[in-house]
Ligand binder design. Structure first.
Ligand SMILES: Cc1cc2nc3c(=O)[nH]c(=O)nc-3n(C[C@H](O)[C@H](O)[C@H](O)COP(=O)(O)OP(=O)(O)OC[C@H]3O[C@@H](n4cnc5c(N)ncnc54)[C@H](O)[C@@H]3O)c2cc1C
Ligand SMILES: *[C@@H]1O[C@H](CO)[C@@H](O)[C@H](O)[C@H]1NC(C)=O
Ligand SMILES: *[C@@H]1O[C@H](CO)[C@@H](O)[C@H](O)[C@H]1NC(C)=O
Ligand SMILES: *[C@@H]1O[C@H](CO)[C@@H](O)[C@H](O)[C@H]1NC(C)=O
Ligand SMILES: *[C@@H]1O[C@H](CO)[C@@H](O)[C@H](O)[C@H]1NC(C)=O
Length: 496
């Protein structure tokens, strides 16, 4: 009853005074959204796209997962400037129209950055500004870019940024969720290296923020997801090191932990190891990348290199972030059905082995299914990285006192919708198992990586009570009416 009453209120606020009975009420909400689309079309001519057109369909191919590609919104808006984003937010707020926001489209779950009708998608693809400061210390980029463009432009100066290990991941979502990078051990999460944001807040205002102006919003946007603003420009610190020397389970895991311990002395390397099932067989890969030119790579990776025949060898001259990321993108192609899960635990070989073993059991029923593959990745969140992040006052609440951590990333791919439910259950079973075993062994850490998490996972609770309380305060200050909480769907929401 209450539900229909609310819809009736929405309809009447939009001037749609029909209505007796359910079907016409539903139509009224759809009419509300369609009137938002028409107003947008008249305010931003040429930038609104409707279903059934080639332009609309081609925008869906940007999404990484098949599930996100399948959502058809009432219309898609392509603002080209912050002013146009502001106009769109004002129109959607005034019209009480639900919306989603997409940058690179790589968040995997259905509804993360797309929305079905009646809802509207704001696609930031046209915000592609790129400006390197005169002293080359800061690059200002739009959320429509992906990392390939940034890496390639900076490479000519032997510079790079703390960015994704994939060329196609979007700047927007990656930086609003954290950002685990090959440069992490030296510099923390990617978003610990942002020096300024420009964002459109809930009332449509365009706000600049940095450590010296609107510093509260500046801090909160580092854990921003879909809560504080639509970011229209990120100012990111550059680092030298454009040229890199790139990249049996128990042995590999032990070697990986030994590698993590050396990062304090040689902080320029990234690595992970992944056990899984790919191309019809069990697979085990250790991969690493080295970002310095000083030759300490030999010492840093000696333990992993000693594991015969396993290592994905990216240690060769003249390799940069573009080359390494291209190899990752080729291994994990877009357009498939996919589900991911994550949790975090103190680096420990036995638990990693047990989780991998559990994976073989849980995924066994799917190994004959069309297009099926899965990977269980153990990525390094080494204490030096967490210290670097803590020193930059991260809202995510980790520090070196958490110890060397393994970031678990479980992800599966498949072709047929018939397998969706079964694989959803399988991934959740894996995460439940990993959490309860980690807890039982005193290895559990509450932090959940936003960019790998399931829809609805309690990521903000894992940032610690103080950080969460402060984020709520800042949210209330910049969006007192709760417009974004109500209308912006997708991403992760700060709990009420
Ligand atoms: C092949 C592949 C490789 C990956 N590699 C890495 C890696 O090396 N390290 C790592 O940490 N993660 C990695 N990820 C995970 C990745 O960080 C997340 O999927 C991330 O959210 C993608 O950002 P996006 O802009 O492409 O996604 P989108 O789906 O466009 O956005 C993700 C979320 O952010 C919101 N959002 C996007 N842009 C904005 C904006 N400008 N303002 C406000 N909100 C916005 C969206 O609404 C959505 O909720 C990888 C993922 C894939 C598929
Ligand atoms: C906005 O619309 C939703 C339904 O989509 C409704 O629940 C809510 O009451 C509406 N709010 C206003 C202020 O009209
Ligand atoms: C970049 O590094 C390479 C290899 O070390 C060097 O040959 C080149 O001169 C450098 N270029 C610039 C612009 O510093
Ligand atoms: C970001 O960089 C641009 C270009 O250099 C500059 O104009 C802007 O003031 C910077 N914004 C913030 C918030 O630092
Ligand atoms: C890596 O990519 C760069 C261009 O970004 C290219 O010049 C270089 O030859 C590539 N290196 C290898 C080993 O392929």
């Amino acid at each position: 009853m209450r539900h229909w009453a609310l819809i009736a209120t929405a309809a009447s606020l939009l001037g749609l005074h029909s209505v007796e009975g359910v079907p016409s009420l539903i139509r009224s909400v759809e009419q509300g959204v369609s009137s938002c689309c028409s107003i947008l079309a008249s305010r931003l001519p040429g930038k609104i796209f409707f279903p059934g057109t080639a332009a609309f369909d081609s925008q869906l191919t940007k999404y990484y997962s098949a599930e996100e590609r399948a959502l058809v919104s009432a219309c898609r808006v392509n603002p080209a400037t912050a002013q146009e984003v502001s106009a769109a937010v004002s129109i959607l707020g005034a019209g009480n129209c639900s919306f989603a926001v997409v940058s690179g489209g790589h968040m995997f779950w259905s509804g993360a950055s797309n929305i079905g009708a009646p809802g509207i998608t704001i696609d930031l693809r046209m915000l592609t500004s790129y400006l390197l400061s005169a002293d080359k210390k800061v690059v200002a980029v739009g959320p429509g870019l992906n990392f390939r463009v940034i890496y390639e432009n900076l490479a000519q100066f032997n510079l790079t940024v703390v960015g994704a290990r994939s060329n196609t991941v979007g700047v927007g979502g990656f930086l609003l969720g954290g950002g685990v990078s090959n440069l992490g051990p030296a510099h923390g999460f990617a978003n610990d290296n942002i020096v300024g944001y420009q964002a459109v807040i809930a009332n449509g205002q365009i706000v600049e923020c940095s450590s010296t102006s609107n510093s509260d919003l500046f801090w909160a946007l580092r854990a921003g997801s879909t809560n504080f603003g639509i970011v229209t420009q990120f100012n990111i610190s550059t680092y030298s090191g454009g040229v890199m020397w790139g990249e049996r389970e128990r042995e590999l895991s032990d070697a990986f932990i030994a590698f993590m311990k050396k990062l304090k002395q040689f902080p320029l390397g990234g690595a992970s190891f992944i056990s899984g099932f790919n191309g019809g067989q069990d697979t085990l890969v250790g991969g690493f990348a080295y970002l310095g030119t000083d030759g300490s790579n030999t010492e840093l990776f000696s333990d992993m290199l000693a594991v015969q025949g396993i290592v994905f060898d990216s240690i060769r001259p003249n390799v940069n972030q573009v080359n390494i990321s291209a190899e990752i993108d080729a291994s994990f192609p877009p357009g498939l059905r996919t589900q991911w899960g994550t949790m975090t635990f103190r680096a420990n070989t036995q638990l990693a082995l047990d989780i991998s073993e559990k994976g073989r059991e849980v995924f066994a029923p799917f190994t004959g299914r069309p297009g099926f593959s899965y990977n269980i990745g153990y990525q390094s969140l080494a204490a030096p990285m967490l210290d670097a992040s803590h020193a930059k006052n991260s809202p995510q609440g980790l520090s070196g006192t958490d110890g060397d951590l393994f970031l678990l990333n479980i992800f599966a791919y498949w072709n047929e919708e018939a397998d969706d439910a079964g694989l959803d259950v399988a991934i959740r079973e894996m995460i439940d198992y990993s959490n309860s075993e980690a807890e039982a062994r005193g290895l559990w850490n509450p932090w959940i990586y936003l960019n790998y998490a399931f829809p609805g996972e309690a990521v903000y609770e894992g940032y610690g009570a103080d950080n969460l309380a402060r984020l709520k305060q800042i949210q209330h200050k910049y969006d007192p009416q709760g417009v974004f909480a109500k209308l912006w769907s997708g991403g992760f929401k700060i709990p009420k």
